[in-house]
Design a protein around this ligand. Sequence first.
Ligand SMILES: Nc1nc2c(ncn2[C@@H]2O[C@H](COP(=O)(O)OP(=O)(O)O)[C@@H](O)[C@H]2O)c(=O)[nH]1
Ligand SMILES: [Mg+2]
Length: 298
Amino acid sequence: MFDALTDKFNSVFRSLSGRGRITEANVSDAMREVRKALLEADVNYQVAKQFCKDVRDAAMGAEVIKSLHPGQVMVKIVNDELTKLMGPVDPKVYYVSPGPTVVMMAGLQGSGKTTTAAKLAKLIAEKDGKKPLLVADDLQRPAAIEQLCTLGEQIGVPVYKEDGIKDAVKVAKNGLRHARKNGHDVVILDTAGRLHVDEEMMNEIAAVARTVTPHQIYLVCDAMTGQDAVNSAREFNKRLELDGVILTKLDGDARGGAALSMRQVTGKPIKFVGIGEKMEDLEPFYPDRMASRILGMG
Ligand SMILES: Nc1nc2c(ncn2[C@@H]2O[C@H](COP(=O)(O)OP(=O)(O)O)[C@@H](O)[C@H]2O)c(=O)[nH]1
Ligand SMILES: [Mg+2]
């Protein structure tokens, strides 16, 4: 994960530690290298620029230049700034009482909504002792319903579905009713995505959201698509009251641009990350742990 960035940071720190004394110019050179590395990692341009400025300011404030161990001081500063960049975030799922708590998944096609809906159901059933119901509300492709049913079976969570119906608002409403009747305290709605943000998809998902008024809306984004993920998140955020982002496929993301830019560009935190295809491959997101991992200390 993010190997190129880790290597680059480490070589920058090494170059600072290797000197007996460093100058302000050395720090500036180092930050130029860091900025280049961030841009190569597909971090948003403004975010990279601001990040480097913040690190430089903090470094001057901390008098890295006079320090006996400038490399170490810089590691700490960069670690803190990376943590700030991605946080703060509260990765808890909040439940309403009386339930059911309604959680809606939104996102582009292929981003991992269906998989993540099931992963999340498993997580909250096991960790929070909840009794979730998955609702198959992606009615665009028949295979989508089947896919959710297969996953539901695998994790032992029931799936509400209606075959041969195209009205996502109606199925969402009926799903909610079914949950109430059957004592489910959480409802997780899987919805339809498109390949790109378009009006039809946004209208449908906004209509579902208006009808069932979800308590939490998570946007599912594919980390491997880098800045495209961040830009589409910005579009979704204009239309839906997002509570946070679930960044999937982090296991296949060598660069890290989406993880590092998401919070700053969209204003929404990453709440969970997907780190594989298996049902247990969903983790709460902790900015400080991610920062340490990026710096090769995790
Ligand atoms: N490696 C990896 N694959 C994932 C992850 N999340 C989802 N996938 C895969 O991405 C593909 C699309 O996922 P799907 O849930 O069908 O996306 P949807 O169209 O948004 O519902 C599937 O093959 C999933 O197994 C993840 O965190 N890591
Ligand atoms: Mg799907």
